[in-house]
Design a protein around this ligand. Structure first.
Ligand code: SF4
Length: 62
């Protein structure tokens, strides 16, 4: 499973990249992307980003 960031919604606050840096990173356009799969080890941090994103731009997809 890999999270998905809707770049049209993302406001570039950086929260997800700080909370789960092994899954999310900021890109040159100032938006976030998920660059790695959600794993057993990081799934709690990923869920925290989904819950914490101020504009609900992150989804967890199969
Ligand atoms: S937490 Fe949400 S708004 Fe902030 S950078 Fe991540 S995806 Fe974008």
């Amino acid at each position: 499973m890999r999270a998905y960031v809707d770049k049209d919604e993302c406001i570039g606050c950086g929260l997800c990249a700080m909370t789960a840096p092994d899954v999310f990173r900021m890109t040159d356009d100032g938006k976030a992307e998920a660059y790695a799969d959600t794993t057993e080890e990081n799934k709690d941090a990923v869920q925290e980003t989904i819950d914490g994103c101020p504009v609900c731009a992150i989804r967890d997809e199969e």
